[in-house]
Write a new protein. Structure first.
Length: 108
């Protein structure tokens, strides 16, 4: 169950990065709405990470959390912010995903 919580926490990490990206191009009420989304995602991500590490080793949980957030943020950047999807970026995202899976596989 805590692995699922950790995955959700990582997705919320991507969420707060996405909100930051949306804040960059806005002003006024829309800026504050994305800022509120950032804070909600940040708080949920941290609370869920804290819950997950109650039973998972921090040396495994933290890199998995950051890896999920990083992969999710890159994918969101490609899809929503039209960032380049070069072969090199896709290769390194793939190696990051393999590393996340490997950390889960070798943890007890």
């Amino acid at each position: 169950m805590n692995w699922i919580i950790l995955i959700i926490a990582g997705l919320f990490e991507s969420g707060f990065a996405f909100c930051l990206g949306k804040m960059k191009g806005t002003t006024g009420t829309e800026y504050y709405a994305w800022g509120a989304g950032f804070l909600v995602c940040l708080i949920l991500s941290m609370v869920l990470l804290a819950k997950a590490v109650q039973t998972l080793p921090i040396g495994t949980a933290y890199p998995v959390w950051t890896g999920i957030g990083a992969v999710g943020t890159v994918i969101l950047g490609i899809v929503f912010f039209h960032e380049p999807a070069t072969m090199a970026r896709l290769f390194f995202i793939t190696t990051l995903i393999a590393s996340i899976i490997g950390l889960k596989w070798v943890s007890h």
